[in-house]
Design a protein around this ligand. Sequence first.
Ligand SMILES: [Zn+2]
Length: 115
Amino acid sequence: MSNTATLTDRLRGIYRIPITDGLGATGGGEEPDNPHAFVRHFETPPIQKEAAREIERLRAGIRAYLDGDYEHPRRHRPGKCAHGAYYYEECGSCIDAHFTALLSGNSAQDRNPGS
Ligand SMILES: [Zn+2]
């Protein structure tokens, strides 16, 4: 685990403060698996938690694309995708559909705020 909190952690009010005095953890606030940082939790307004979820949702969609985890023609093997591309072909329309759906923001997480 990183010594510093990610942007989404900080949006949720979670800050990790590196211990740099050379003495290490002294108890209270440290992460059990990270003796080199204190963790502080602050109250945050709901909009910040919503922003954190949106960043994570968009990142997950980008990651899904990079991992090939989207409606690629290979999923329709041995047939063709909805746009007529064979499984061994690339299909720009499949890629467009993936990102259009991602930008539409109609994920399950959006319908269940607070998760
Ligand atoms: Zn396609």
